[in-house]
Design a protein around this ligand. Structure first.
Ligand code: ADP
Ligand code: MG
Length: 392
């Protein structure tokens, strides 16, 4: 039977999709345009070198590609022969030869570079650019792999292409992307000084920033009202604990949607997120469960039942306390005191099974909200039930 997908357009969650807007990176996007603005006015007179740094998932590649599309559009308006070439150095094993060969095929798709040296490929590339009167921003993503493989001299020559062609128009600007500037600092002084002038560092996203990024993506990729706020919060928090990695967040969202579709659900529920995250990173070792005391297990089982049965991502401590009382009855145990329960919460969050957060609720002050971020409730329920039976 046909069931409608929760996705409106899942390609919007693809790793290669570059959104039209980059929330929290618009300043850097304008800065890049400033750095390369001369290209639109007097491209033959100068070239530029810019470095983008930042941790995994801080939007380095997305920023570069967004800028690439922007400047290409502007260049086209002016009928400039301009190409933005983005190359992931790691995909070319960090070898300059393969990188340049790829750049060459942008202009000459069938160029037979077998048997050529790196210098010859470079010379040919320059020749073609002269012939076509074309200008290039060569974007070398994961540039650290190239530094590692090729070392100082090659990097130096790459940054000094122009000096070897005195009197001829300038052709190739560089945009280098790497996680950590330390890789550049390892180069010798001359290579460093030609590279390091313009550095744009992307800070890790914080919780609020990730949330806006995710919310925009949800609106593009999913049908209306299938991804609730709780789900966005849950994914955001998981990504924050993965050091603010936006890529992790978006992949998680996509997988959660896939689980919802596989189960013919009308909405992406928190449980789908837990299924998704436990498929990406193993979140629970069985030994951790068996090390729990009986009442800790009963308490966790209570919590798990809440998250399994309702579509909310968060529960209050008093909700969990009620559920725990019910579970105790079922197992013929006398429930422990409220103060004791607080210790269970602390232990279970230290183990990374539950997550607690103090939320302020209007005039009534503060309350603790509890979530089960990473382990699917159905899986946990099964394992707890087995463990409790074994204990008897
Ligand atoms: P990096 O190259 O730094 O590892 P990416 O550029 O690949 O990170 O970003 C990871 C994912 O997050 C991509 O899907 C990208 O589109 C998305 N992303 C990152 N930053 C933003 C942002 N500011 N706005 C929208 N999407 C973003
Ligand atoms: Mg990248």
């Amino acid at each position: 039977m046909f069931h409608k997908s929760v996705f409106k357009d899942e390609t919007k969650l693809d790793i290669n999709y570059v959104p039209p807007r980059l929330p929290h990176r618009e300043k850097e996007r304008r800065l890049l345009m400033e750095f390369f603005n001369f290209l639109l006015h007097f491209p033959e007179r100068m070239t530029q070198r810019v470095i983008i740094t930042g941790d995994v998932g801080t939007g380095k590649t997305a920023l570069a590609r967004r800028f690439g599309a922007d400047i290409t559009l502007e260049a086209n308006k002016k009928s400039l022969k301009f190409r933005f070439i983005h190359i992931n150095c790691r995909e070319y094993r960090g070898k300059l030869f393969f990188v340049l060969q790829h750049a060459l095929t942008v202009f000459r798709p069938t160029f037979p570079s077998r048997g050529y040296s790196t210098e010859e490929v470079l010379r040919t590339l320059m020749q073609i650019l002269d012939e076509e009167d074309a200008y290039v921003i060569l974007t070398l993503d994961e540039f650290d792999t190239l530094i590692e493989k090729e070392g100082s001299e090659t990097v130096y020559s790459l940054t000094r292409l122009q000096e070897m062609r005195a009197g001829k128009p300038q052709r190739i600007s560089l945009l280098c992307i790497l996680r950590d500037l330390r890789a550049v600092e390892k180069l010798d002084a001359s290579a460093r000084s030609t590279l390091q002038r313009n550095v744009i560092n992307l800070e890790r996203y914080d919780k609020l920033q990730l949330k806006t990024i995710l919310s925009e993506r949800v609106a593009m990729a999913f049908e209306p009202n299938v991804v609730g706020e709780d789900v966005v919060d849950l994914v955001t928090e998981l990504a924050v604990s993965e050091s603010g990695n936006a890529r992790f967040a978006i992949e998680l969202l996509w997988r959660a949607g896939k689980y919802a579709d596989a189960e013919n659900m009308d909405e992406v529920e928190p449980e789908c997120v837990r299924e998704a995250v436990s498929s990406i990173i193993p979140t629970l070792r069985k030994s951790e469960l068996s090390s729990l005391g009986r009442h800790e297990k009963l308490f966790l089982l209570g919590a798990v039942r809440i998250f399994k049965d309702c579509q909310k991502g968060y529960a209050s401590l008093s909700d969990v306390e009620k559920a725990y009382t019910v579970v105790c009855e079922e197992y013929g145990e006398k429930p422990n005191s409220h103060t004791q329960l607080w210790n269970y919460v602390q232990l279970l969050s230290a183990l990374g099974i539950l997550k607690t957060e103090v939320a302020s609720i209007g005039t009534r002050g503060r309350s603790t909200r509890i979530s089960l971020p990473a382990v699917p409730a159905t899986q946990l329920e099964k394992e707890l039930t087995t463990a409790l039976e074994r204990d008897e």
